[in-house]
Design a protein. Structure first.
Length: 153
């Protein structure tokens, strides 16, 4: 089932000007990508940030959720910072949750050889299945200073 131009435009708007952001792979570990991004996201008071990590109940004082399906509000943008092998299943979970915009920070894809290319191909197929917009994988994140969105690591 194809998306209309209006639906695609709305998905892009929500992704680039999100009211809610989920960080999948949020962490408190010093020096980790998940912590750096979480700290940056928390600098903005313009949106809600939902850390997602099955091994934590809080991250930097914010309630943490075990998976994206357990986040209590619709998520406009998911930022993924988990090991490469987990990313296809995370993207699938995001699709099932109705998330239309994803930024994949994780590395370990095409740049690592055939196995990484297969993971990237899986992500591409899942993206098509749900009609999602994806930036990445293997990117530094997104930043829009004019709206206080800093999803960089």
């Amino acid at each position: 089932m194809g998306s209309s131009a209006a639906e695609k435009t709305d998905a892009q708007r929500r992704m680039l000007n999100p009211r809610t952001v989920a960080l999948i792979g949020a962490s408190e570990k010093e020096g980790s990508v998940g912590r750096a991004i979480m700290e940056n996201l928390l600098l903005s008071k313009n949106r809600k940030t939902f850390p997602v990590n099955p091994n934590r109940t809080t991250v930097l004082g914010v309630e943490c959720y075990p998976n994206i399906a357990s986040v209590p509000e619709p998520v406009d943008l998911a930022i993924v910072a988990t090991p490469a092998k987990t990313v296809p299943s995370v993207v699938e979970e995001c699709g099932k949750a109705g998330i239309q915009g994803i930024v994949i920070i994780s590395a370990g894809f095409r740049e690592t050889g055939e196995e990484g290319k297969k993971l990237e191909d899986e992500i591409r197929e899942i993206r098509k299945k749900y009609g999602m917009r994806i930036v990445g994988p293997n990117c530094v994140g997104v930043i829009r200073p004019n709206i206080s969105l800093n999803g960089l690591f």
